[in-house]
Write a protein that binds this ligand. Structure first.
Ligand code: TXA
Ligand code: MG
Length: 331
């Protein structure tokens, strides 16, 4: 049945349809990377700004090689160590990649997802697929088929069901075209892990550039409809501060939701969404779903404790900071 659905979707892709499919990071909205009309459809249904390029997804290293003008330095080493997996690699594109894919940039981001369904879909379609996250631009990325449908119902051909995404936040994006390898978007694969493999310093792109290296960096992102407030500090102090802020807001008839580790469930809130044991892995896996569920409960404000910006925590905090409208530093 699943095999049959994948074939139906691969076929639809070759007819110019757009299909949502699971990856190990988040659900992607896929179209034939060589079909400009289908790509325009993605920009339209996602309401994606036209200057934001898309990652091209492949099922094999050979398919990736075919997209580059020249294979970037370190590409094979990284591919050998991390692919298939949550790493998108940027190199100079060749003429086969339509300009609309890269939003007129001369560089293309290429990713080989690890998810069985994603790989089967690309392999059977026989073409690389562009696949931005399958949400309306700016809203939290989708980690289940239900999230995709709640944003895109009626606007796409369909969604392949792969259950909940394992990792839950988007791939690491690394640019190999500059002086040194540079991470444009942190993800599960960290700078340190990459440095250990290529024995070369990996830079982190600054997020506050006026000319962002990755156009996607300049938009408000991943945000729930409710205002998200991040709390920084030692756990017990954060709990006390959240309680105080909660009471103040409730007195003004605001509805408050809490997105936090299970151990904070007792803090007095109307709506709680658990981030499991509070590790960076659990934050990554559950936070987008939590934002969506709390929005469905129509809270006005969401409180979320910050975590250490280390390892996967750097990627988690990168997304949470972009989603947040305010920070509270607890002494
Ligand atoms: O995990 C992922 O990467 C997911 C799944 C579906 O594979 N895809 C994803 O795509 O997150 P999207 O479009 O939501 O985010 C792609 C990011 C954007 O910030 C975009 O600006 C950046 O990658 N990007 C894509 N191509 C680029 C390029 N040629 N140069 C610089 N940044 C690029
Ligand atoms: Mg996205």
């Amino acid at each position: 049945m699943e095999e049959q659905n994948i074939c139906i979707c691969a076929d639809a892709i070759l007819r110019g349809e757009v299909i949502a499919f699971p990856t190990e990071t988040v659900y992607g909205l896929g179209a034939n990377a060589f079909d400009e009309r289908a790509i325009k459809k993605i920009f339209r249904v996602k309401k994606r700004p036209a200057d934001n390029p898309m990652i091209v997804h492949v099922a094999s290293i050979e398919q990736a090689e075919n997209l580059f003008q020249k294979i970037p330095k370190h590409f094979f080493t990284l591919a050998h160590a991390f692919l298939p997996g949550p790493l998108s690699i940027i190199g100079y594109k060749n003429a086969s990649v339509p300009d609309i894919v890269t939003a007129e940039l001369t560089k293309v981001a290429v990713r080989m997802p690890a998810h069985r369904i994603a790989r089967a879909l690309i392999r059977i379609a026989g073409v690389p697929l562009v696949a931005p996250s399958a949400n309306i631009s700016g809203s939290p990325s989708p980690t289940t088929p239900e999230d995709v449908m709640s944003d895109l119902r009626g606007k796409i051909f369909g969604v392949l069901d792969g259950g909940q995404c394992k990792i839950g936040i988007e791939s690491t994006v690394i640019d190999l075209t500059g002086r040194g390898p540079t991470i444009l978007r942190p993800g599960k694969i960290t700078a340190k892990e990459i440095e250990d493999i290529i024995h070369t310093k990996v830079h982190l792109a600054r997020q506050s550039q006026t000319q962002p290296a990755s156009p996607g960096m300049k938009y408000i992102h991943y945000a729930p409809k409710a205002r998200l407030i991040l709390f920084y500090g030692e756990k017990n102090n954060v709990i006390m501060s959240m309680q105080t802020h909660c009471m103040q807001l409730q007195n003004k008839a605001h509805r408050v939701g809490l997105l936090a580790p299970h151990s904070m469930k007792h803090v007095c809130f109307e709506s709680f969404y658990s981030l499991g044991n509070g590790s960076s892995v659990e934050y990554a896996r559950r936070m987008y779903k939590g934002m969506r569920e709390l929005d469905e409960k129509h809270v006005d404000v969401i409180f979320c404790p910050a975590i250490l910006e280390e390892g996967l925590g750097l990627a988690v905090m990168n997304r949470l900071k972009k989603a947040a409208s305010r920070k509270v530093n607890v002494k």
